[in-house]
Design a binder for this molecule. Structure first.
Ligand code: SF4
Length: 641
């Protein structure tokens, strides 16, 4: 095997310089030095630097006068320098000269009256540093779309700079776009040549290699960029963070020319470790042996995503050829595969077909197999499962268990007949009662689960059924004379005469179906299982103190609530109605109560009879009217008086 290492692999000039400056300062001070943000995005290197007394600053306010602070290659804005000077710390400036040049450009052009446009990532510290040297707030864009949605005014002159690692191709396109829009631009191509050379060399290396190893941190954007570039030229490109990860690389036996490159934050020693591990003959032997392994259909293998398009995934499965999987066999959501998996993802897959130059894979079938195994086990153990009803049919419902559909016939959906449509999108409990894997048929049963739960609930409710017990129940059914209340697995009857202390004529006006109400057990016969309920709670009995309030002779007020041919009923308080007989409505002759009263009218009357046992009160309005003279003599006497 012939291994070629890219000349530009690893640290760029700016990063190498910043690390050297920090190391020299730490050596000189023989004590800790601090860097304004991590010098590099690589955990290994950060750990090693900490061993050399170089620490990334977490909170600048913790600095003490005399401490040394290294400004990293990304650079910082002018305000940061001022703050550090005020804190009397020693500033060791390791800003990359390419970045420093951009600071100078934006400041000088700003002084000439230009507004600044920066092409780059506004969250990146380098861009934030450049912004800190602009005299007016700059416009920062990454795409043409961003320019369209927040277009800068055309009357200004603009100086355009780019983040040093900005994509060259995109840079050219955006400049052309702004030109077309007729902006007055002074373009400064500030993209770092180190990055461009790095990328160009990686591309050339990929073209001439059978396989490429790209080394770098998984969060390093420039390493990922290198990886994608190499992948576009060489399908056998692998991304590793260090030498240990080489064990996941499955080189093909015919990979004789191997290229190695590394991201800008990868230190030399990691590159060397990878190269020396690759040079060990036994590693290759191992890799080759694995590449010759045999696989068969229905085998389950581990695959690493090597390429992904919207409709297909190519997996590296450690076999002499790659495996492919269609979107249908992936079995995920409807979204394009590029939104569901990423290059580098690892997953277990099932081999469907082994060809000479291609292996067909499926994740869906593996997931389905696992689901079947799980359901078989659940059926054996009569386990209760939960699932969402995703479809309703004429004769039942479908519940999804992972990628597998379970059919529950309408007759097994409930203990009583229900409209199965009401179950759509509901989470329900069921158990599997039949499973035919070959025919893909699985039948569930919800009825037995409900019946068992009801039986258990009923048992629990029965313990509470003693006269006078207060229970909460749900109104299940209403008839003309009563309502049936589900007390939990068992129903009780609430007769219309027991619906509160006031007279109830229509049960539908007192309770509603599915409403939860509080009831009291009036009687319970364990033999017939008949339960009579009441809502006439003794503590709310309005007759408790009625004898004193409505004693004969008392003048009371009330509201006329209904008429009868023989008189009018008056509500004295909730639950107590009294009667004014027609002969007691007035001293005059009254044919019907509606002649002198209206429903809802507030009246005053005198209690003329009170019978607590019969719950009857009689009133008279007539007795409150002054007596009229009856004879002419009496009239005359009255007039003379
Ligand atoms: S500008 Fe270039 S050389 Fe300087 S730090 Fe950035 S990538 Fe490295």
């Amino acid at each position: 095997m012939n291994i070629t290492i890219a000349k530009t692999a690893g640290f760029c000039f700016g990063v190498r310089n910043a690390i050297r400056v920090a190391q020299e300062e730490a050596k000189r001070r023989k004590g800790p030095v601090y860097t304004y943000g991590p010098l590099i995005h690589n955990r290994d290197v950060i750990g090693k630097l900490e061993g050399q007394q170089i620490f990334a600053l977490q909170d600048p306010t913790e600095l003490k006068a005399g401490d040394a602070v290294i400004i990293r290659a990304h650079g910082v804005g002018e305000a940061v320098y001022q703050k550090l000077e005020e804190a009397s710390v020693k500033i060791v400036d390791a800003t990359c000269p390419y970045v420093k040049k951009i600071h100078d450009i934006v400041r000088k052009q700003g002084e000439l009256g230009d507004r600044v446009i920066i092409l780059g990532d506004p969250q990146h510290p380098e861009v934030q540093g450049i912004e800190g040297w602009c005299l007016q707030k700059p416009y920062i864009y990454q795409t043409e779309e961003e320019i369209i949605s927040d277009a800068p005014p055309k009357e200004n002159r603009y100086t355009l700079v780019a983040q040093t690692t900005f994509d060259q191709y995109k840079f050219r396109k955006i400049v052309e776009f702004l030109d077309k829009m007729e902006y007055n631009l002074y373009v400064c191509p500030t993209i770092c040549t180190a990055t461009a050379q790095h990328q160009a060399e990686a591309l050339e290396l990929a073209k001439s290699s059978d396989a490429v190893i790209v080394i770098g941190g998984k969060h390093s954007s420039n390493t990922r960029k290198l990886y994608n570039l190499c992948l576009s030229e060489c399908a056998n490109t692998y991304y590793v963070e260090n030498a240990e990860e080489l064990s996941s690389v499955r080189l093909k036996p015919d990979a004789l020319a191997v290229g190695i490159t590394a991201g800008a934050s990868t230190p030399d020693y990691i590159i060397q470790e990878v190269v020396s591990k690759m040079s060990e003959s036994n590693i290759f032997e191992e890799m080759l042996n694995e590449s010759f392994k045999e696989i068969h259909s229905r085998d389950i293998v581990s695959g690493t995503v090597a390429q992904v398009t919207d409709n297909e995934i190519v997996f590296n499965i450690g076999y002499k050829c790659d495996g492919t999987m269609t979107k249908a066999e992936f079995g995920g959501s409807d979204a394009p595969l590029t939104e569901q998996v990423q290059v580098g993802d690892t997953m277990e897959v099932m081999v469907v077909k082994v060809g000479d130059s291609e292996v067909t894979l499926s994740r869906r079938r593996l997931v389905q197999d696992l689901a079947y195994a799980e359901l078989e086990n659940a059926m054996e153990n009569k386990e209760i499962l939960t699932g969402i009803v995703t479809e309703t049919l004429e004769n039942g419902v479908i519940v999804r268990h992972g990628d597998v559909k379970v059919f529950i016939p309408a007759s097994l959906c409930d203990v009583r007949r229900i409209d199965v449509k009401t179950l759509l999108n509901q989470e329900i409990e069921y158990r599997i009662i039949r499973l035919q894997r070959k025919r893909g048929r699985i039948m569930g049963d919800r009825r037995s689960v409900i019946a068992e739960k009801r039986a258990a609930l009923r048992e629990e409710t029965m313990q509470k059924l003693v006269e006078g017990a207060h229970l909460t129940g749900t109104v299940k059914n209403i008839t003309n004379y009563c309502a049936f209340i589900d007390l939990g697995g068992i129903d009780g009857m609430l007769h219309v005469s027991e619906m509160g202390w006031a007279t109830v004529r229509n049960p539908n006006r007192y309770v509603k179906t599915d409403e939860q109400i509080e009831v009291m057990v009036k009687s319970y016969d364990p033999e017939t299982q008949r339960i009579s309920l009441t809502t006439k709670f003794p503590e709310t009995n309005p007759w408790k103190d009625a004898a004193a309030k409505y004693a004969i002779g008392n003048i009371v007020t009330g509201k006329v609530v209904r008429f009868a041919d023989f008189g009018a009923f008056v509500e004295l308080q909730k639950g107590i109605d009294a009667l004014i007989h027609i002969s007691h409505l007035s001293r005059k002759f009254v044919k019907h109560p509606s002649e002198v009263l209206t429903i809802g009218q507030e009246i005053e009357a005198k209690v003329i009879d009170f019978d607590e046992e019969a719950k009857r009160i009689s009133l008279s309005m007539r007795e409150l009217e002054p007596e009229e003279p009856e004879t002419e003599e009496e009239i005359q006497t009255t007039e003379e008086e």
